[in-house]
Every structure is written in structure tokens, then in C-alpha cells.
Design a protein around this ligand. Structure first.
Ligand code: NAD
Length: 499
């Protein structure tokens, strides 16, 4: 296994300068190496959050007035910088949160694809004035946007909001997950090298208190948040008295794969293993529920169980590793103890998750849900963010559809069947953001809308539709200077009043 790297704390990037954090100590640990420390630094203080927002606010008028083509020209310099730094970034991601290096390399390169897609989307913002409208419709940036990211895609899910936010003319204050601060700092170095004016892009490192201060700040007019429902809920609550603030919440998933009696079994097993186990089940789009038709349930569960039992998590720097560790040792302990509690109260294990030595490694598990009680509903509506599949057996597609429609989450789902018309029925009737036919739930695309409903999101889908929530539609009505032709309704009355 590659020896651990030590990353220097660069601090936070505020108004174009790196500042040393004055808040609590933060530590990143390598989850594949018994939690060895790879980075140690300090979070920003509340006063430093204030400075970052103030810097973004000062930079806003010039950046927003600079015009789209000028912003595209500046941001396009990112390509050259990423070519030099993508491997540094990929290694830091893997060291800090443990995903296989192949996935981290893809994540580092995704900065470029996202910029390209965001430029296209920004240029295609619709003209929303209807024929005959007495004016124009224009899209305006919000001002300062807060971008708060999760641990599983620590760079992609910052960049996915930052690119459209900056293109639209907003300035940003960005906070990475506290377990991936070093990766966040490398990303900020890349953005600094691009040559943005001071304060256009600001990075603050810190935990949830820093996030809370950003979200609650009255000069932050939009929040692009990616993380769990628990944090998303707190964000909504803290903004109740600030109706002006736009919240784009990309939250968790408990994504369902429905397997009907005519499914192609080898294809289905292949996609289910990918869906449940890639990134050690730590994708918002991971498959964590399976609803299978009784006629094929035994065969499917048997094949799937054999595959799950063969998967051994390993060194994320090795080329043949499918599954690395969970992101932290605490995440593993939390997952295993919660599953044990469910098992103690009757949940049936078909394949058990086992902890493995050397880091936050855990094997994937399958559990069978046989009743509809409170405990079962709780298990079915809890996101563990780990490789665990909850199985339910049904007698027909209608019952599967009814179960899907009850889910508290609604991010991504799959239907495995030869019959496309049945798949279409699911996509019409189940409240969910992403539908896959004979594909895993975790195959999403930034060239399409990406977002969910319920505990998964608040109708502000990212992906190809990010440009929509990074701007606000505005009406502009104009009249020639000096022209005040009589008002059609009150003209005669006004004529008597005004000489
Ligand atoms: P998390 O919710 O614990 O933290 C996410 C970020 O929010 C972190 O930066 C954290 O410091 C910050 N935060 C926490 N509480 C906050 C608060 N009250 N106010 C402001 N900021 C706060 O999530 P995580 O463990 O880092 O990531 C995993 C979660 O993210 C999972 O639920 C996963 O499904 C979700 N996720 C969603 C998407 C999506 O696009 N829908 C993508 C990836 C991950």
C-alpha cells in the first residue's frame, strides 16, 4: 500500500489571501491505514466566515457586471491548471476518504467536463418572456452563494455548484467536508491559479458550525448544499426567516431497484453489485433497496449473495480494488452497530457485514424485510451510506410501485424488465428524480438533471439544470424617455389632475 502523505495546512483562502484558521482543530485520517493522520489544521472562526462573506460581497459587483464571455474566458484557464494538478488532487481524495484511486482520478478530471457542461447550460438559459410581453426577461445572479460539500465526492460536488454559480456571475464562499480539507485546499489552489479577482472564490475549512454560520449569514443569498437529510433539514430551519435566500439542497438516497419476473438475471446481478458496492455504498445514488418478484427471488438472491460474499474490500491504491474502506472508522462503527440493533429486533441477515482489519473496511450485506412494521419502515427509510441492501419480495409490479411511492427518499431508481412500457409506468407514477431502465441506480449524468424529492432534495436539481438555480428570473419593463401616453384606464381622470 502506498505510504501515507502528509499535507500541509494551507489555511483558508479569503479575499485572495491564505489565512490561518482561528477555530477548532481539524484532522483528516486515512481510512485505509488504520486512521493514520494525513492532514491537521484549523477551522475558520465565526469572524473569519464574516471576512470571507465580506470579501465575496466586495467582489460581486465587478464579477457580475463582467459579462458571460469574459467569465468563460477566465474560468476556461482551469483546464491548463487541472492538467498539472489532477493527480495531486486524486491522491488527496483517496488518502482522505478512501475511494479507489481510479474513481478519484475520474473525480479530479470531472472538473473539466462540468465546466464545459455549465458553459453550455448557461448559454441555453431560456428566454422566459412570452410572445407579446411588454418587456424582457433576464437572468440575474443572486450575489454571494455558499457552497457546502459532502465527504463522498469531496471535489466534484463542490465544483458541480461552483462552476455554474461563477458563470452566472455569483461570487462564492465554499466549504469542503471537514474530513477532506486537504483536497479542498488543493482545489482552492487550482482556482487561485486560474487568476480570478480577489474574493470571487473563497474557501473556508471547517465543520458544521462553519457551515451553519455561512448558511445563516444575511449577505449570503443562495446556498448550494450537498449532504445528508439531517443537515439539509437544519439548513431549511435556519433559513425560515430569510425568504429571499435560495436553497438548493442535494441530499441523501435510499435508492430502489425493482426486479420484475422477466428481468435478465446476469445483467441485473451485475448492475446490483455495482449499484450497492461502488464507492463502498457511499454514493447518494447507491442501490440500497431491492424489490424483487417472487418468481425469480430465490435465484436472484442466491446469485447476489454469492457475489457479495466474494467481495473483499482492499487497498484503494491497487488497480484491482472494487471497494475501498468506508470514509472513516466512526462511519463503520456507526453502520455496524445500527445494523446489529436492527438484527437484534428481528431483521433477517442473508449476508452479514463484517469489519476487516487495517482500516475502515467492511464487507457488503443483504437483509430481508418480511413485514411492514415500524421497525421495518425505519430501516427502509434510513440511509446508512454503506454497502447494505434491503430486500423485499412482491407478487407483482403494482405492489412494487406502491412500495416505491411510499419511500421518504426519491433520488434514483432502477427497473429491471424487458418491458419498457412497464418501466415507463414506474417513471410516471413514482416520485423520484432519476429513472434507470436495466441500469444501476448510480449511473447518473451531469448532462441531465440531477436531483431528487423528499429527503433527497427540494426541486432544485443540479446537473444540466444547475444554471437555473444559480440565477433568478427578472422582468424588465421599459418606456421611451419622456413618453407618458395617457393611461388606458385612468387617462381622463389623470388629465384633470395633472396640468
Ligand atoms: P453531512 O450532511 O454530514 O455533511 C455535508 C456537509 O454539510 C459537510 O460539509 C458538513 O460540515 C456540512 N454541515 C453539516 N451540518 C450542517 C448544518 N447544519 N449547516 C450547514 N452545513 C452543515 O454529509 P456527508 O456525510 O459529508 O455526506 C454524505 C451525505 O451526502 C449522504 O447523505 C449522501 O447521500 C449525501 N450526498 C448527496 C448527493 C446528492 O447530489 N444528492 C451527493 C453526494 C452525497
Amino acid at each position: 500500500m502506498e505510504t501515507g502523505m502528509n499535507y500541509q495546512d494551507r489555511g483558508s483562502l479569503v479575499g485572495g489571501s491564505w489565512i490561518e484558521g482561528e477555530g477548532e482543530e481539524l484532522i483528516s485520517r486515512n481510512p485505509a491505514r488504520k486512521g493514520d493522520i494525513v492532514w491537521r489544521g484549523r477551522a475558520v472562526s465565526p469572524g473569519q466566515v464574516e471576512s470571507a462573506v465580506a470579501a465575496a460581497r466586495r467582489a460581486f459587483p465587478e464579477w457580475s457586471a463582467s459579462g458571460l464571455e469574459s467569465r468563460i474566458e477566465i474560468l476556461s484557464r482551469v483546464e491548463e491548471v487541472v492538467e498539472k494538478r489532477d493527480e495531486d488532487l486524486a491522491k488527496a481524495i483517496t488518502e482522505e476518504m478512501g475511494k479507489p484511486i481510479r474513481e478519484s482520478r475520474g473525480e479530479a478530471r470531472s472538473i473539466l467536463g462540468k465546466l464545459k457542461a455549465s458553459i453550455e447550460a448557461q448559454r441555453r438559459l431560456p428566454d422566459t418572456a412570452l410572445p407579446g410581453a411588454p418587456g424582457r426577461s433576464v437572468w440575474r445572479p443572486h450575489g454571494v452563494m455558499a457552497v457546502i460539500g459532502p465527504s463522498n465526492y469531496p471535489i466534484h460536488l463542490l465544483n458541480t455548484h461552483i462552476a455554474p454559480a461563477l458563470l452566472a456571475g455569483n461570487t462564492v464562499v465554499v466549504k469542503p467536508s471537514p474530513i477532506t480539507s486537504a483536497s479542498g485546499q488543493i482545489y482552492a489552489e487550482i482556482m487561485q491559479e486560474v487568476g480570478l479577482a480577489d474574493g470571487v472564490f473563497n474557501l473556508v475549512v471547517g465543520g458544521h458550525e462553519v457551515g451553519q454560520a455561512m448558511v445563516a449569514h444575511h449577505d449570503v443569498h443562495a446556498v448550494a448544499f450537498t449532504g445528508g437529510w439531517g443537515a439539509g433539514r437544519q439548513i431549511m430551519q435556519s433559513c425560515l426567516e430569510q425568504p429571499r435566500k435560495l436553497l438548493a439542497l442535494e441530499m441523501g438516497g435510499k435508492n430502489i431497484a425493482v426486479v420484475l419476473e422477466d428481468a435478465h438475471i446476469p445483467q441485473t446481478v451485475h448492475e446490483l453489485v455495482l449499484g450497492a458496492c461502488l464507492t463502498t455504498g457511499q454514493r447518494c445514488t447507491a442501490t440500497s433497496r431491492l424489490i424483487v418478484h417472487r418468481k425469480i427471488a430465490d435465484e436472484l438472491i442466491d446469485r447476489l449473495s454469492r457475489a457479495f460474499q466474494r467481495i473483499k474490500p482492499g487497498d484503494p491504491f491497487a488497480d484491482d480494488t472494487l471497494m475501498g474502506p468506508l470514509a472513516t472508522l466512526e462511519a463503520r462503527e456507526n453502520f455496524l452497530s445500527r445494523i446489529q440493533d436492527y438484527e437484534a429486533s428481528g431483521l433477517k441477515a442473508l449476508v452479514r457485514s463484517e469489519a476487516m482489519e487495517g482500516g475502515a473496511f467492511v464487507t457488503p450485506s443483504i437483509h430481508l424485510v418480511e413485514d411492514d412494521g415500524e421497525q421495518a419502515q425505519d430501516y427502509l427509510n434510513t440511509e446508512f451510506f454503506a454497502p447494505n441492501l434491503a430486500v423485499q419480495i412482491v407478487d407483482d409490479a403494482e405492489s412494487a410501485k406502491a412500495i416505491c411511492a411510499q419511500s421518504a427518499f426519491g433520488l434514483s431508481m432502477s427497473v429491471f424488465s424487458e418491458n419498457q412500457a412497464v418501466f415507463e409506468e414506474f417513471s410516471r407514477e413514482v416520485p423520484c428524480g432519476i429513472f434507470n431502465w436495466n441500469r444501476s441506480t448510480n449511473n447518473a449524468s451531469g448532462l441531465l438533471p440531477f436531483g431528487g424529492l423528499g429527503y433527497s432534495g427540494n426541486h432544485r436539481a443540479a446537473g444540466s439544470t444547475s444554471a437555473l438555480y444559480c440565477s433568478r428570473p427578472t422582468a424588465v419593463l421599459e418606456r421611451d424617455f419622456g413618453n407618458f401616453s395617457p393611461d388606458p384606464v385612468y387617462g381622463p381622470v389623470l388629465a384633470e389632475l395633472i396640468e
